[in-house]
Design a protein around this ligand. Structure first.
Ligand SMILES: *Cc1c(COP(=O)(O)O)cnc(C)c1O
Length: 405
């Protein structure tokens, strides 16, 4: 069940594979975070790349959230979804002149500048536009953190930000430049961080000047009970992945000496990962030697995280099953050995037509999906107030060749 709506009802109506999100679960996460940090009244900027669907963004925009964007496309989406420009921050090591210009003209809260060359380019552009560009300097604090080496962004070898000493130099430059307005410091140390400690360390490095945070982890590993399962995405029913109260205590204490600093947090996954699931239908089951496979209609093009990061996502049947359990790999139809959605799981040995849900896929699920193998991208559904609606339709074969000439 997703907020009272049976997953199978949605699967029947829109087909599979299909992404389903709970608006209530997104809201609940946002409010939990806002409450934990309430003494600092932070601006919570949702990192759109986790799930940029405008209907999902609109849920957060209505809560008062801001947005964190990393491309011109995301900036346009954020504005279209109802985020106010003064609550949008723009990060990324390779912003193009067009993207810089779009952001300056929109009047975003801050462009997170990631190099000296970018600061110069931005100053030139702002002068030409006759505008002041609001900037913050992205500091790379040299902190190792994150669940996978591809998810760590704050260590010395990563391409992100500038070293603390250079950050100070860039701050001085930004202050001297009339076309720039220095708004703060930005720091992002990685994704999938489940403890406040690396944040405390980074805060220490940036010496209380850190105004933005991100990358808060989601606990993917807590296995659902195998066998017959009924799951609900119900507000309050979820165990917080990262203890945001503990993180808030750490940050509040660290920022106490600087009461005039304004804190901007930029969570993505934390807000949407556990609010979403991917519904998929069993096509076949097969045995190859000692291995058992459940072949489903969703694949690595729909959900890239397992193939890309060896990510774990719980898998559960959508209805009670009497089938005997077995240890199985859940695999998709794509022609890659890596197309395994779930490896060595105890699941009922389900037959064709049964529906499975791949859980905690509301972040970096659809947003990382592709048409690889010329597969149609899945539809997205939002459940809100006990009703579901299509927020992105399934692609068609025409969509596959639409832009080819
Ligand atoms: C991706 C990203 C985030 C959000 O990361 P999550 O793990 O989804 O919370 C925040 N800030 C920056 C700069 C990012 O690149």
């Amino acid at each position: 069940m997703v907020d009272g709506v049976p997953a199978e009802t949605i699967a029947r109506a829109v087909g599979t594979p299909a992404y389903v999100y709970s608006a209530a679960a997104v809201r609940q996460r946002y409010r939990a975070l806002a409450d934990a940090f309430s003494s600092l009244s932070p601006l919570i900027c949702y990192a759109l790349k986790a799930n940029p669907n405008r209907a999902v963004c609109a849920v957060l925009a209505k809560e008062g959230a801001g947005a964190e964007v990393v491309s011109g496309g995301e900036l346009r989406r954020a504005l279209a979804a109802g985020f106010r420009a003064e609550q949008i921050v723009f990060s990324g090591v390779g912003k193009t002149p067009d993207e810089l210009s779009l952001a300056v003209r929109a009047g975003v809260l801050a462009l997170n500048v990631e190099s000296e060359a970018e600061l110069s380019a931005l100053a030139r552009l702002a002068r030409r536009l006759g505008r002041r560009a609001a900037v913050s300097i992205r500091v790379n604090p040299g902190v190792e953190a994150g669940g996978h080496r591809h998810l760590a962004t704050g260590h010395g070898g990563a391409k992100f930000g500038v070293a603390p000493a250079q950050a100070l130099m860039l701050c001085r430059r930004a202050r001297r430049e009339p076309a720039l307005e220095l708004r703060g410091l930005h720091c992002h140390i990685g994704s999938q961080i489940l403890s406040p400690r690396p944040y405390a360390k980074a805060l220490g490095v940036v010496l209380g000047l850190v105004e933005r945070r991100g990358g808060m982890g989601v606990r993917y590993e807590d296995e659902p009970d195998t066998g017959p399962i009924r799951r609900r995405l119900r507000p309050g029913a979820r165990k917080a992945a990262l203890d945001c109260a503990a993180l808030a205590r750490t940050v509040v204490a660290a920022l106490r000496p600087w009461p005039r600093l304004r804190l901007v947090l930029e969570p993505g996954r934390y807000l949407t990962a556990e609010a979403g699931l991917l519904l998929t239908t069993v096509l076949y089951r097969k045995r190859v030697g000692p291995s058992r496979f459940i072949v489903v209609d969703a694949a690595m093009n729909d959900l890239a995280r397992p193939a890309l990061y060896d990510a774990y996502h719980p898998v559960a049947p959508a209805r009670l099953s009497d089938a005997a359990e077995a240890v199985v790999d859940v695999v998709g139809p794509v022609c890659e050995t890596g197309d395994v959605l779930a490896r060595a799981r105890r699941l009922p040995w389900l037959g064709a037509g049964e529906i499975l849900a791949v859980l905690k896929t509301g972040a970096y699920g659809f947003s990382m999906s592709s048409q690889y193998n010329s597969r149609l991208r899945a539809p997205e559904v939002l459940v809100e107030g006990g009703r579901w609606r299509l927020i992105r339709k399934r692609e068609t074969y025409e969509d596959l060749v639409r832009h080819e000439r």
